[in-house]
Ligand binder design. Structure first.
Ligand SMILES: Nc1ncnc2c1ncn2[C@@H]1O[C@H](COP(=O)(O)OP(=O)(O)OP(=O)(O)O)[C@@H](O)[C@H]1O
Length: 323
């Protein structure tokens, strides 16, 4: 459904845009219907920039984004409207998504005016109630209220309901639960699970590995704007290959294992992978040059079925440890 191919974003920074900040480098990934793909990385790794490019809130500087085969990087006004029927985003801070001086109903009214001007009031009310029901909100508890009269979790679910009114096929969920308390978090996560069950594709942006592990079918690990590893969630979490992924995972406490057990496992893995780079080994094995050429066009090699890893250097400028 959604395919990013060698997507790039360079921000112009500094006085009069004199410097370049390469925030996203050659990122390739895809999201299919009915699956959750998590984009995981530390702050500044380029996750939100990718989400915003998918949502057409930012222009890319290279590569392509296609939705059902159609390039969506250069949509005109009308085509963009159609795209937003199918693709919507929900962001971290639900409070800033609502204008505090208007009742929350206004967010739905603007949607109705833009997309459903011919729908009767009775029909609209029914659709609204269905969408609110899908996110387990009672219309009478919510409608007619100002944003400050609702909790963060209620507002976040309202935003998801608003997206659902459009019959979306892809949701970009950017850190949508990081501002919610623990009990509301699980409600929203379970809601995402339900929506996925109904065929929605979700690009889930998070810096939280545990969340990524909990919700996703596949994960994409991003470091300094590059994909360093991606694959089925269990493959990446059970056998992290890239040094960055291993560092990330080693820093997460495990409820089911002691630190000692984790340390032994990690020491074994470190010994197995020391001084190696699976990417360059695979490239050399293929008879390709070892000079940083990209054999598959995305800078990753498939180490095991569905499990891809990039060069073991930790930044594009650094030398490969195996070089
Ligand atoms: N509008 C902008 N102009 C210039 N640089 C930007 C802009 N937005 C983001 N950046 C820079 O691009 C890089 C990636 O930022 P981005 O917000 O995509 O990262 P992130 O992984 O989503 O981080 P976080 O989890 O903190 O939101 C960072 O170095 C950031 O400072």
């Amino acid at each position: 459904m959604l395919t990013l191919t060698q997507l790039d974003k360079v921000y112009k920074t500094g006085t009069f845009g004199s410097s370049d900040l390469h925030a996203v480098r050659q990122v390739s990934l895809d999201v299919q219907r009915g699956e959750v793909v998590s984009l995981i990385g530390e702050s500044g790794s380029g996750k939100s920039t990718i989400g915003k490019m998918v949502l057409h809130l930012l222009d890319s500087t290279g590569g392509s984004i296609t939705f059902d085969g159609r390039d969506v990087t250069k949509l005109g006004f009308r085509a963009r409207r159609d795209y937003y029927r199918k693709v919507q985003g929900v962001f971290q801070d639900p409070f800033s998504s609502f204008n505090p001086i208007y009742k929350v109903d206004r967010a739905f009214e603007t949607l109705r005016r833009s997309y459903f001007p011919r729908v009767s009031s009775a029909d609209w009310r029914k659709r609204l109630e269905d969408a609110l029901g899908a996110v387990t909100l009672e219309p009478d508890d919510i409608l007619g209220k100002f944003p400050h009269q609702l909790s963060g979790g209620q507002l976040q679910r309202l935003l998801i309901a608003r997206a659902l009114l459009l019959d979306i096929e892809l949701l970009v969920a950017d850190e949508i639960i990081s501002m919610l308390d623990a009990s509301t978090r699980i409600d929203v996560l379970n809601l995402l699970g339900e929506l996925k069950g109904r065929g929605l594709g979700i690009l889930f942006v998070t810096h939280d590995l545990s969340l990524g592990n909990y919700v996703s079918d596949r994960v994409v690990i991003l470091y300094k704007g590059r994909v360093v590893e991606r694959g089925d969630t269990s493959a990446v979490f059970d056998d992290p290959l890239h040094p960055y992924t291993r560092d990330l995972l080693a820093s997460v406490p495990h409820l089911d294992r002691t630190w000692e057990e984790v340390e032994v496992e990690e020491a074994e893995r470190t010994e197995r992978l020391a001084g190696r780079c699976l990417y360059h080994e695979a490239v050399a094995g293929d008879g390709a040059s070892d000079g940083g050429e990209v054999p598959d066009g995305v800078g990753l090699v498939e180490h095991a079925p569905g499990h891809f890893v990039g060069c073991f250097r930790k930044a594009a400028e650094e030398p490969c440890p195996a070089a």
